[in-house]
Design a protein around this ligand. Structure first.
Ligand code: URA
Length: 208
């Protein structure tokens, strides 16, 4: 069974509460997504490997450590886009691979409409960025695709999850750790997380 981390960090729970509010407009919504994504990425990257290095300070030598791993950030279009920029600033050496998966409104199953990665991927870990882990169909399909591309280590970062989506992802990919801002109660009949925050894409891009 994969690791499930649900944040209880005061900054995350505070920002998530404002994010969920119906009256929060797109500009504030985007700011909050960016900030929460950064806080969750700190947790998700806790186990990245570093290389020891002696660094010269103005006053002498210090034992330093530099990041050893090459990271791939994988935003799932379109709602994952708002999670990229802030995390990318923390790790500017990361590659960003875009995956476009949308849910078929009738079956609620994912359909790939865009996938862009380097010809020869050389990352040691990929962070999937998608705010809503709802049915889990998109998350499973994204992991399937990354594994087909040869990615060995995958972590999933989402803002909210439903128990159904977490279970589906854990069953299909027990090696993928999941990092969430909160785990909500359930899915409704349209596959939306309840209480959730509505449609994360529409709320970011003002298309509701
Ligand atoms: N996608 C969303 O944007 N919101 C949900 O609640 C579920 C999937």
């Amino acid at each position: 069974m994969s690791e499930l981390y649900v944040s209880n960090h005061p900054l995350v729970v505070h920002k998530l509460s404002i994010l969920r509010k119906q009256e929060t407009g797109p500009k504030k919504f985007r700011e909050l997504i960016r900030e929460i994504a950064i806080l969750l990425a700190c947790e998700a990257t806790r186990d990245l490997e570093t290389l020891e290095e002696i660094v010269e300070t103005p006053l002498g030598n210090a034992d330093g450590q530099l990041l050893k791993e090459k990271i791939g950030l994988v935003p799932v279009l379109r709602a994952g886009l708002g999670m990229v920029e802030g995390i990318w600033e923390l790790m500017p050496g990361a590659e960003v691979w875009h995956i476009g998966l949308k849910r078929d409104e009738r079956t609620l199953e994912p359909v790939t409409y865009y996938a862009n990665k380097p010809v020869e991927p050389c990352v040691s870990v990929c962070l999937i960025l998608d705010p809503m882990l709802a049915t889990g169909g998109t998350a499973v399909a994204t992991c399937d695709l990354l594994k087909e591309w040869g990615v060995k280590r995958i972590k999933y970062i989402g803002l909210l999850g439903a128990p159904e989506g977490v279970k589906r992802l854990q069953d299909a990919h027990p090696d993928v750790s999941i990092y969430l801002g909160a785990l909500d109660r359930e899915l409704n009949e349209h596959g939306y997380i309840v209480p959730g925050l509505g449609d994360a894409g529409d709320r970011q891009f003002g298309t509701a």
